[in-house]
Design a protein around this ligand. Structure first.
Ligand code: HPA
Length: 275
């Protein structure tokens, strides 16, 4: 049909496997301003996205655009430094590429991170939200079009998409991190504009605790191929209208993420070592 058949994804995986011989156990996708984590990977081998056949290329300046393979402690990891977003012009279907690549590389679980706006008024910039569930009002899905049974079923369950057991572990491991943790609901907005204050009031009414422009397509792709998943939102700003007359900027998002990135990286290391 659309060219996105199983061999399309396998071509990316075959290329990566020709370079990386070890099967990574855990894959991490890094959000805006959280690239510091990648510097903690030992024995690192990097592959720029543009070298991988059939793989998208990132267009956001603060997102680097490479896959890094190596170790965190004794654990083998794959890490995406630079992710893809629908607002860059990629279809939801194209956004399935990273997690499907991980699946074909033998990855056992995926950790998604993002920068997000705080909707819950008890949250503060710099806090971390373990994603419990998500809300997506657009009907777009990375699994639209022909189903690929090699990955999963046409109709698939998403009631434990952000795997409960992993969330429990993640929250237990947060002690001593020097960060404030919450567990909450992430609501997807397409961007690239930040939300309106009215949209944020709606999000709060619907049960959202944080909002952002990523993660959901990748989470759905993981659920489709039954890959356990952990998601973290770094609250980089209070969402639109929460603080009267406060402007939201991409710079502020980057700065706030930068302030906690070292502590967050250390925490992520601990999580990966204990999974
Ligand atoms: N809205 C959407 N995405 C974001 C925000 C926000 O307020 N902050 C960081 N990413």
């Amino acid at each position: 049909m659309s060219g996105f058949d199983f061999s399309f994804y396998r071509k990316s995986a075959d290329y990566v496997k020709s370079i990386v011989k070890d099967e990574p156990e855990t894959a991490v996708i890094l959000g805006s301003g959280l690239g510091d984590f990648a510097s903690h990977i030992s024995d690192a081998v990097s592959i720029p996205y543009n070298e991988i056949p059939n793989f998208p290329v990132s267009t956001v300046p603060s997102h680097e655009g490479k896959l890094i393979f190596g170790k965190i402690g004794e654990k083998k990891v794959a890490c995406m430094s630079g992710r893809f977003h629908h607002y860059e012009g990629y279809s939801f279907k194209q956004l399935s590429a990273p997690v499907r690549l991980f699946k074909l590389l033998g990855v056992k679980r995926v950790i998604l991170t993002n920068a997000a706006g705080g909707v819950n008024e008890s949250y503060r910039p710099g806090d971390i939200m373990v994603i419990k569930d998500h809300i997506k009002l657009t009907s777009l899905s990375p699994m639209e079009g022909e189903n690929l049974p090699e990955f999963g079923e046409r109709f698939f369950d998403v009631s434990d998409m952000y795997t409960g057991k992993l969330r429990e572990k993640a929250l237990k491991l947060s002690d001593g991190s020097g960060l404030t943790f919450h567990e909450g609901v992430y609501m997807y907005f397409g961007g690239p504009q930040f939300e309106t204050p009215a949209e944020i009031r709606m999000a709060r009414l619907l049960g959202a605790d944080a909002v952002g422009m990523s993660t959901v397509p990748e989470a759905l792709t993981a659920a489709h191929c039954r890959m356990p998943l952990l998601g973290f939102s770094v609250i980089t700003n209070m969402a639109a209208g929460v603080i009267p007359n406060a402007e939201i900027t991409h710079e502020e998002v980057g700065q706030q993420a930068g302030l906690i990135s070292e502590r967050f990286s250390a925490y992520m290391k601990k999580v990966i070592e204990n999974l």
